[in-house]
Design a protein. Structure first.
Length: 412
């Protein structure tokens, strides 16, 4: 029986990474460009300074070597300037030599002082030119970083379609730009897939819940149904309604986290008024008074999401209130360049150390505060997420005597 040939061995793995592009040896990196730039600047500054010093020194030598006198016939001396007033006719040789030495020393000192003064002025002028040129060149070198920063800010403002697309030499900044653009491509694909998933999940989850609600309502409308069946139907209907609220809350939370919504001018006063109108019937049933004044406060955002903030806060303020003589106060105003929505209420005393826990999804402080008939535990999480998506924030503070003060600040 013939032997089966052995399978061919796997080819050896390459010792180099094929994904790493081959770079030229003299690649124009930022280090090389900055080295050439600043080296050239120092060289040019040195040449200019040396030339100026040479010219100033030549002028100083010319000024310092000029004689303060000239000899006339018959050995008479005529002064040419006032630097040697003591040099006069009638002096002996020793006296004349001493006065000449003093005169030449004065001439050299004056020339050196003039050279120093002019050198300082030249240095000051060169320093101003060097700083201005260096500032301009630094701005030119760092301009790609400014472009990357501006694009990053636009992306942070929920515009994932922006790209840097930096041109120029193939240096480190070009690599950073290309890497950032590639990351934005992946983020855009991820957010698009998440939005598609949220839309599909919204349809797939709402449809069976809506069918269940319809079937339960049909059976409950039958007057001949047994009492036990009607009680079971009402229980299932309440459970189905809670599931619908939970699905709506989760989908809204995912939508606000995406921060990909159209922004238009929205008046917080109108948003707060609509939220109060929707909650007024529940407040009257619980004997809770809703009061407050809403001044105009226009922000850029999504009206539906901002209305959900106000609605969730007002509903929580009504539901978590005192049994008698309770109240909820809702105000809006523009303060220090920001639109402010404040919802305060009476209610149980909330310890300050438990404030951070109320923002987490499905987190409950106490069972008597967040019972099963008061919501699904997503209201404040949605409110905080929507506020962050609009560039604002929401703060909760315990109110003296019980209850909370919820403060929402949004940029105008």
């Amino acid at each position: 029986m013939a032997a089966t040939p052995a399978p061919p061995s796997a080819p050896p793995k390459p010792t180099w990474d094929p994904r790493d592009p081959v770079r030229p040896l003299l690649r124009p990196t930022i280090r090389i460009r900055l080295t050439l730039l600043y080296g050239g600047m120092f060289l040019i500054a040195g040449v200019l300074l040396l030339s100026i010093i040479y010219l100033l020194a030549a002028q100083a030598l010319h000024s310092g070597s000029s004689l303060p006198f000239k000899l006339l016939p018959e050995s008479r001396i005529q002064l040419t300037n006032n630097s040697c007033p003591a040099l006069a006719p009638g002096l002996s040789a020793d006296q004349a030599n001493s006065e000449l030495a003093k005169c030449f020393a004065y001439q050299r000192g004056a020339a050196l002082d003039d050279l120093l003064r002019r050198s300082l002025f030249a240095l000051l002028g060169l320093s101003i030119i060097a700083f201005a040129f260096g500032y301009a060149m630094a701005g030119r070198v760092l301009s790609p970083l400014g472009r990357i920063t501006r694009t990053a800010r636009q992306v942070a403002g929920s515009d994932l379609t922006r790209r840097i697309e930096l041109d120029g030499p193939d240096d480190e900044l070009r690599e950073l730009s290309d890497t950032f653009d590639e990351m934005l491509d992946r983020l855009e694909r991820a957010f698009t897939a998440q939005q598609r998933f949220v839309a599909n999940a919204s349809h797939e989850l709402r449809t069976p819940l809506a069918i269940n609600r319809t079937l339960l309502e049909v059976h409950l409308s039958d007057p001949g149904a047994p009492v036990e069946l009607q009680q079971l139907g009402r229980t299932l209907l309440a459970t189905n309604e809670r599931s619908e609220q939970l699905v709506e809350g989760l989908l809204l939370l995912a939508r606000s986290d995406n921060q990909t919504f159209e922004r238009k001018p929205v008046d917080l006063a109108e948003v707060a008024t609509r939220a109060v109108d929707q909650t007024r019937a529940e407040a009257e049933a619980k004997d809770v008074e809703i009061r407050g004044e809403c001044a105009p406060a226009v922000v850029q955002g999504n009206g539906v999401l901002l209305e959900r903030i106000a609605l969730n806060l007002v509903q929580n303020a009504v539901r978590y209130n005192v049994p008698e003589d309770g109240w909820v106060e809702v105000t809006t105003e523009v303060l220090a360049g920001q639109a402010v929505l404040v919802v305060s209420n009476t209610g149980p005393v909330v310890p300050a150390y438990e404030i951070d826990s109320i923002w987490e999804p499905f987190r409950r402080l106490r069972q008597d505060r967040t019972g099963s008939d008061k919501g699904v535990g997503l209201g404040l999480s949605i409110a905080r997420s929507v506020a962050r998506a609009h560039g604002g924030r929401i703060i909760a503070e315990p109110r003296e005597g019980g209850g909370l003060v919820m403060r929402v600040t949004l940029p105008v």
